[in-house]
Design a protein around this ligand. Structure first.
Ligand code: SF4
Length: 256
């Protein structure tokens, strides 16, 4: 079956073949894929580093006899730090507590691992949307664990252009009830521009997994963001639906 393609695709979906998306475009999953693929990714980096040192040892030893050993130690330290970091993120996730400062968690290091986990997932044949959704589950849990309150006029709701009429009405109803500004971002670049111009102190963003990941990597290091992903029963970039109960929870989380 081929879906009608009277839609403007976001560039994140350039390679979409017009076929219905897996699980009717609902990629909600648990956090396990993020932890699995991130640990495999860190492991692959460490093993690649050790193999490179091994192959280059004769040349490195010509530069300094102690150099190969020092690089092995550095590689082992990297492995230990990676394992410790992932364990602490896992513990934060499991206990709903922010155990690490933001820059070592959802506002920094975690953001840098998002592409790694989805790339490793793809190596194992897992479509990136599933892994991205798992990563967002971790991100949101850690972001939620931090206390951060703003006034209604300091919060911004960012929504994409692809929401269904019902979803859009639901979001506008929530925005109206809580008196929060809403911006419909037709492209990711406009969303970032809206943030630069309006200078909110917190954002509730709605997007598909792909757009959300690239948006978070750009802005989540600078201000608190909770990200709500959508379901795409009609394929990407059209008629998206979302969990309005969760949307309202996200808005309430930030309001004083
Ligand atoms: S948020 Fe909507 S319009 Fe933007 S890329 Fe995702 S599915 Fe397409």
């Amino acid at each position: 079956m081929k879906i009608e393609t009277d839609r403007r695709l976001g560039h994140e979906w350039d390679e979409w073949n017009g076929q219905p998306l897996p699980n009717a475009g609902d990629f909600r999953t648990t956090a396990g894929k993020y932890f699995l693929f991130t640990s495999l990714g860190i492991g692959a980096i460490v093993i690649t580093g050790a193999a490179a040192i091994y192959l280059l040892t004769p040349r490195l030893a010509q530069l300094a006899t102690w150099l190969p050993r020092a690089l092995y130690v550095g590689d082992a330290v990297l492995a230990a730090l990676g394992a410790l970091w992932l364990a602490l993120i896992g513990l934060s996730y499991a206990t709903d507590r922010a155990l690490l400062p933001g820059r070592f968690a959802e506002r920094g290091l975690l953001l840098k691992t998002l592409r790694l986990s989805s790339r490793v997932g793809e190596v194992f044949g897992v479509q990136r949307d599933w892994t991205d959704n798992a990563a967002l589950a971790v991100y949101n849990r850690l972001a939620w664990a931090r206390e951060w309150r703003v006034r209604a006029n300091e919060l911004l709701i960012l929504i994409p252009r692809c929401l269904s009429r019902t979803a859009l009405d639901g979001v506008m109803d929530i925005a109206k009830r809580y008196d929060v500004a809403t911006f419909v971002a037709t492209r990711g670049a406009y969303a970032r521009q809206a943030i630069r111009e309006r200078r909110p102190k917190a954002v509730v963003a709605v997007a598909c997994e792909r757009d959300m990941i690239s948006g978070l990597r750009d802005v989540a290091g600078r201000l608190p963001v909770l990200g709500l992903t959508m379901q795409l029963p009609n394929g990407p970039c059209k008629d998206a639906s979302l969990d309005l109960v969760k949307m309202e929870q996200f808005v309430r989380k930030y309001l004083r």
